[in-house]
Design a protein around this ligand. Sequence first.
Ligand SMILES: [Zn+2]
Length: 97
Amino acid sequence: MKPAPLKPLTAKQVQRKAIRLAGAMRMLRDEMEALQEQCPHEHLVGKYKGNTGNWCPQDDSYWIDAHCKDCNKRWLIDSEDNAEEYRTFKGEKDYGY
Ligand SMILES: [Zn+2]
């Protein structure tokens, strides 16, 4: 037996459901952020990136696209703004594109 086709919803029903889903997504996002705060980030992968060859070499910049495989957090580590973190980054290096 085929499942019955879904009945179209009224605009009001869609509005109520959209509000409920948005609330649930906000709660899940907050929960994910809290989890990422607690994560020791032990399994990191870093893509080494750079913007080089600028007319002014002072404008060249280097950074790491860091990704934690445990909590799925992603962030940038700039070689100047976060020099210490950049220098001591212990994650696995990803040379892929
Ligand atoms: Zn993590």
